[in-house]
Design a binder for this molecule. Structure first.
Ligand code: SAH
Ligand code: DHB
Ligand code: MG
Length: 221
């Protein structure tokens, strides 16, 4: 197997199941135009998140790491009319780009972008006794993934689905001497998740148009 084949198969799947409309393609080009990194989920991963949010009948979604709103739009499209998605973004410049894309997608009434540090925002939500979320997508900075997950659990109920992106990092998680703080962050997270008795969890490796990576999938027991 070679990487080109994985890419071709990813396109084969997205041509069938995850065709982007104009809003999604322009969201990706807005990242380039505005100098934002191309680290959105892929089309198939966006559709995968949408399928999972539909599966759990999500009415309240929480996302950490908005960037330009690409994953946000895929997820918001799984929501019913009265559904809500709260997405947390550190960079005001990213949030501004995302707001335009989210409005263009026609989901601006369902989506609220909160600008700030994810830990602080989550602590505020917990202190304010926010209702539990049905679906949580963790995709912000990697070193505090373990802390994000602990806070996410406090905003969950039995059955809440928590998905965490980028937990395999091209297989670098195998290297216990790796000095990359993003890799170390997900290694610490994966160890914690494997021992966490509050959830039943697994990691799904992902190959395709993005680099080899993986998503952790956890259901609150
Ligand atoms: N979910 C997006 C991609 C997110 S990229 C998508 O798939 O389309 C990660 C984002 O997390 C970046 O925009 C970055 O600015 C943001 N981020 C980094 N550190 C953060 C923090 N401490 N709190 C909240 N957001 C953070
Ligand atoms: C990075 C972050 C992501 O969320 C992602 O999907 C890919 C890469 C990064 O910070 O390198
Ligand atoms: Mg990611």
């Amino acid at each position: 197997m070679n990487p080109e084949l994985f890419e071709k198969v990813d396109h084969y799947i997205s041509d069938l199941f995850a065709v982007e409309d104009k809003v999604l393609t322009s969201t990706i080009s807005s990242l380039h135009d505005e100098g934002l990194p191309q680290i959105s989920v892929s089309a198939n991963q966006g559709k995968f998140l949408q399928v999972l949010a539909t599966l759990c009948n999500a009415k309240r979604i929480l996302e950490l790491g908005t960037l330009g709103g690409y994953s946000t739009i895929w997820l918001a499209r799984a929501l019913p009319q009265n559904g809500k998605l709260l997405t947390v973004e550190l960079e005001a410049a990213h949030a501004a780009v995302a707001q335009k894309n989210i409005d263009a997608a026609g989901v601006g009434d369902k989506v609220q972008i909160v600008t700030g540090k994810a830990v602080e925002i989550l602590e505020e939500l917990i202190a304010g006794r926010e209702d539990p979320f049905d679906f949580i997508f963790i995709d912000a900075d990697k070193p505090p993934y373990t802390e994000y997950f602990g806070l996410a659990l406090q905003l969950s109920r039995k059955g809440t689905l928590i998905i965490c992106d980028n937990v395999i990092r091209e297989g670098k998680v195998l290297d216990e001497t790796c000095e990359d703080e993003m890799v170390q962050g997900v290694q610490r997270f994966n160890r914690m998740l494997s021992k966490n008795n509050e959830v039943t969890a697994i990691i799904l490796p992902t190959v395709g148009v993005k680099e080899f990576d993986g998503m952790a999938i956890a259901v609150v027991k």
